[in-house]
Design a protein around this ligand. Structure first.
Ligand code: SAH
Length: 339
């Protein structure tokens, strides 16, 4: 086990379980996230015996960064995990701050037809510390603060729910990485029971839904999860989520040429989400060598956008990042380049 997988409360409880004092939890948390120690020996205000007990259970090891690729305002980091698996995270520099796209699993089982990252089946969930360390280590490499996090890398975060929640608690904690909940976004392809659970979380974290289709017929073809939780159930669940949390949700909608990008599809989409507190992020598809889908042409993207606007739906066209270094949406791969 790794110490970066423990929340603030976990650390307090750990010291209590050693018949020691709770406040040491606070001290250790501060050593890890404020002073950024790399070795337990650096700790000066907790008794050596206690530290030894912790060390025997929890390593303080980091991930290995095995490759960094840089483009103008994007960097892609390839991490090696202790079992030699690989995951990627992407840093994006925005005018409002630095944002990281983190992975939540090694591989993914959702099987979306257009997604390159999902071509490798899930090998395992990421541990809490493996998610936390993606951020901590990139922040250190960069020497700059990370202000925003999107869980939109490899994997389906709601298929690793418990670890996801712990991860969010650690990075959000004011004495942890202090990333504001409103600056954290979790993206899901639509695991309905977990969306319900998420609505009870009582944190102001943003929810994004990979929608990508305006009706069941199209969605069934490109996203197998739709056969388990079809659109009417997904939309109803989201309406409940919005009511309960009073929060706006984001729909992600990739525009795939000839599949989901007609004017009629735009009208259907507008009808589907009408009246919901949401906005739609239109994503120009990133073409990859291995998958036959094509990107809609720019004129059609603009038409689609205009139809949503005419229907008074909030929409934006996503700024593209990192396609040159295969760091764009859906292009992250968990094994180097050999799949
Ligand atoms: N499993 C979660 C998290 C992954 S997020 C989810 O489905 O939301 C990654 C986002 O990139 C998803 O919206 C996904 O549908 C999208 N995506 C996948 N392949 C893409 C591609 N080639 N071009 C653009 N977006 C893509």
């Amino acid at each position: 086990m790794n110490i970066y997988g423990l929340t603030y409360e976990d650390l307090e409880n750990l010291f209590l379980s050693f018949d020691s004092k709770k406040f040491h939890g606070n001290q250790l948390f501060s050593w890890l996230y404020e002073k950024r120690i790399k070795d337990y020996n650096e700790i000066t205000n907790i008794k050596k015996e206690l530290i030894k007990q912790i060390e025997s259970k929890y390593s303080i090891n980091r991930l290995k960064i095995v490759n960094v690729e840089k483009d103008k305002d994007v960097c892609k980091y390839l991490f090696e995990l202790s079992d030699k698996e690989h995951i990627e995270a992407v840093l994006m520099r925005h005018d409002y701050g630095n944002s990281i796209c983190v992975s939540s699993q090694v591989g993914c089982n959702m099987g979306c037809k257009f997604c390159e990252s999902g071509r490798r089946k899930k090998v395992r969930n990421l541990e809490v510390h493996e998610m936390v360390l993606q951020i901590l280590q990139i922040e250190e490499e960069l020497g700059e603060r990370i202000s925003h996090v999107v869980v939109m890398g490899i994997g389906e975060p709601f298929d690793n729910y418990d670890n996801l929640v712990k991860f969010i608690k650690i990075i959000n904690h004011p004495k942890g990485l202090a990333i504001g909940a409103r600056h954290i976004t979790v993206s899901t392809c639509g695991l309905v029971p977990k969306i319900k659970e998420f609505s009870n979380l009582d944190m102001q974290v943003n929810l994004a839904i990979s929608l990508h289709a305006p009706n069941n017929e199209i969605r069934n073809k490109i996203m197998p999860i739709n056969k388990v939780y079809p659109l009417e159930i997904l939309i109803e669940t989201l309406k409940d989520y919005i009511k309960k949390t009073n929060r706006r949700i984001t729909f992600e909608y990739i525009l795939l040429k000839g599949i989901n990008d007609s004017n009629h599809n735009a009208e259907e989409l507008a009808n589907l989400v009408k009246g919901m507190n949401c906005y739609i992020n239109l994503i120009p598809y990133n073409e990859t060598n291995n998958i036959e889908f094509k990107r809609s042409n720019t004129l059609q993207i603009m038409r689609f956008y205009d139809i949503l606007k005419k229907n008074r739906i909030n929409a934006t066209i996503r700024k593209e990042f990192g396609s040159k270094i295969s760091a764009a949406c859906g292009q992250l791969r968990s094994k180097k380049e050999d799949l």
